[in-house]
Write a protein that binds this ligand. Structure first.
Ligand SMILES: CC(C)(COP(=O)(O)OP(=O)(O)OC[C@H]1O[C@@H](n2cnc3c(N)ncnc32)[C@H](O)[C@@H]1OP(=O)(O)O)[C@@H](O)C(=O)NCCC(=O)NCCS
Length: 263
């Protein structure tokens, strides 16, 4: 297991560095956020072991994937989520139950009530990231930086007026990466809200110019919302961008943890 810890107070500067450390007991102190990263490519034995902890509805979802590679990635992603949650909650992974919001966000469901443990998951290009916190909404997003579609078209369609203006002003060679930075910051925020793409993406502004710290700059119609959230970048891997959004808490601590590939 890889692990790095950071203490943060009243600042949005946080470098997530995933480092190696011995296995440790998992618990979340107040104000603490854990971010995990793992490769979705696993050998057959690990995939089959993770399949064992999935619920019948998750197995049915896995079976609906057309490509075996997508099916295996879903099993690893959901199986990893369950095994990590089981370590935080000290419950059997296969016994955990989820319910889904009207927007499809999974949350833990225990004895007819939701638990205080918050989590969010994102996967892209064979990489999985997971975030965990207590008593606070969080959202995470990772994207592999791709060049097989027109970022300009998507930005013009979905980004806010202010974001589009900043993007257009950037030198052309910086625009592609700025697009992905903007997109992941926006997705992390709407995932923390739990609304996913149902939340209008042009109703809030994030920073995106190179060198500027990640930030939620404006929210509409309630401008005060912007002050209730923090955004951070996550250095997932070369060729990927990642972002984390969390509700403001007076003290924040971070652990960024690399999940081994063989469990
Ligand atoms: C949530 C959403 C933004 C994810 O975007 P994405 O980049 O394709 O996917 P990511 O890998 O970042 O995240 C996927 C994970 O986010 C979580 N998730 C799903 N819906 C979510 C939501 N509304 N809010 C926060 N997290 C959500 C799940 O854990 C999911 O993992 P899974 O696919 O293994 O179940 C997008 O799919 C969306 O808006 N979906 C809403 C669809 C909807 O409204 N459905 C209603 C009927 S179910």
């Amino acid at each position: 297991m890889s692990l790095a810890s950071h203490g943060i107070q009243n600042t949005q500067v946080c470098e997530f560095i995933f480092k190696v450390e011995a296995d440790s007991e998992l618990s979340l102190r107040p104000g603490e956020i854990h971010v995990w990263r793992r490769q979705l490519g696993c050998d057959r034995t690990n995939i089959e072991a993770l399949r064992e902890v999935l619920s019948p509805d998750e197995l049915a979802r896995a079976a609906r994937f057309h490509f075996a590679s997508n099916r295996d990635e879903f099993i690893v992603s959901r199986g990893t989520l369950r095994t990590l949650l089981s370590r935080y909650l000290r419950q059997r992974a296969s016994k955990l139950r989820f319910r889904y919001s009207q927007y499809g966000r999974p949350e833990l469901w225990a004895n007819g009530d939701t638990t205080a443990l918050e989590f969010n998951v994102s996967h892209s290009g064979g990489v999985l990231v997971l975030a965990f916190a207590n008593d606070r909404r969080i959202g995470i997003d990772v994207e592999r930086v791709r060049s097989d579609f027109s970022t300009t078209e998507i930005a013009e369609r979905f980004f806010s007026v202010a974001e589009r203006a900043v993007l257009r002003e950037l030198p052309v060679e910086q625009q592609h990466e700025a697009f992905f930075r903007c997109w992941t910051r926006k997705e992390a925020f709407i995932k923390a809200l739990g609304e996913g793409l149902s939340h209008p993406l042009d109703q809030f502004d994030v920073s995106l110019a190179p060198g500027l710290p990640p930030a939620l700059l404006g929210t509409r119609p309630d401008a005060e919302d912007a002050r209730r959230w923090f955004l951070w970048d996550i250095a997932v891997s070369e060729g990927y961008v990642g972002a984390l959004a969390a509700e403001v808490f007076r003290m924040m601590n971070f652990r960024s943890i690399d999940h081994p590939c063989d469990s």
